[in-house]
Design a protein around this ligand. Structure first.
Ligand SMILES: [Zn+2]
Length: 306
């Protein structure tokens, strides 16, 4: 099992106090050492291959990119070097090709699992904050255009009677491995839109007026008809596809009979560790290795049966 969760481990200093100073942010943008992480229509600039790597842009091409960007956000400082995300979605891919220098804008989910941890984190962070800027170009209160502030960590409404401040949003989602300790089994489901044969943990968005534990219990009951008792937090993972924070739990089942909600799950079953060990020969598979769902399953697989 992976020792860490992909897209976590931000090594950057987010410089929350310094980024409030517009002059300091402008100096960083003008600094020849500053690294720009471009995002184009939800895709990151990646040099493909067996070990895909993030491509950042520096020097005068970086300043050119900032001038044409729809939004720019400070990701943070690595020592004296600033990293910014820049949204270049408004431009044709062909126009950006000279900057890309052979790299391509690709979906992070296609390459993330093979990337070095810090690079994956950097690209996920850039993708997430650029998406928030793009979706908040207009004020949700009065509809006037908004403008970036605080190094891209706030947007302010330009409406003369409004001026509301908007801050980056993340949507909390619970993801849980439901287990039956006594029989050494866990509950995995399959959705019709998933790759054929893939079985994964259940998950769902937290609703207003709900605690995380209540969201876990509701989702498991709605999707699989199982009542859960003890709910235990395990780990979390930013999942900017497009804007989630996955909160991972282990939940102990109090009932065993599965009733699938056809809107969500096509199938759900109890699997023992031995069953999962035979997945490959049965044409079944676990979720993607960069996901917290896989991490939750692997964590359980490594435990001794009770
Ligand atoms: Zn407004």
């Amino acid at each position: 099992m992976a020792e860490y969760l992909m897209y976590t481990g931000a090594a950057l200093d987010r410089a929350a106090a310094l980024r409030r100073d517009e002059g300091w942010v402008a100096e960083r943008l003008d600094d020849g050492a500053t690294q720009i992480v471009p995002v184009w229509r939800g895709r990151n600039l990646i040099a493909a291959g067996d070990s895909p790597s993030a491509v950042t842009i520096t020097g005068s091409p970086a300043r050119a990119l900032v001038r044409i960007a729809e939004s720019v956000a400070l990701l943070g400082m690595d020592g004296e070097v600033a990293y910014f995300a820049a949204d270049v979605s408004a431009h044709d891919e062909a126009a950006l090709a000279p900057l890309a220098d052979g790299a391509e804008f690709i979906d992070l989910r296609q390459a993330g699992a093979l990337m070095e941890r810090r690079q994956g984190m950097l690209l996920a962070y850039a993708r997430g904050i650029v998406y928030w800027h793009h979706r908040h170009r207009f004020c949700g209160d009065c509809g006037s255009p908004t403008e970036g502030r605080q190094g891209g960590h706030m947007r302010v409404c330009t409406g003369p009677a409004c001026g509301r401040q908007h801050f980056p949003r993340t949507d909390p989602a619970v993801i849980m491995l439901v287990t039956r300790t006594a029989s050494g089994a866990c509950l995995l489901g399959h959705q019709s839109r998933w790759p054929r044969g893939m079985y994964s943990t259940l998950a769902g968005f937290v609703e207003p007026g709900e605690s995380l534990e209540e969201a876990v219990a509701r989702e498991v009951l709605e999707e699989a008809g199982i009542t859960v008792g003890a709910v235990r937090y395990r780990a979390s993972q930013p999942w900017p596809f497009p804007a989630s924070l996955m909160l991972g739990f282990r939940a102990e089942a109090e009932t065993t009979g599965i009733t699938c909600d056809s809107h969500e799950l096509e199938d759900a079953r109890w699997f023992t560790r031995e069953d999962i060990g035979r997945f490959e020969e049965q044409g079944l598979r676990l979720p993607r290795p960069d996901s917290i769902s896989r991490w939750l399953i692997e964590e359980w697989l490594k435990e001794e049966p009770a």
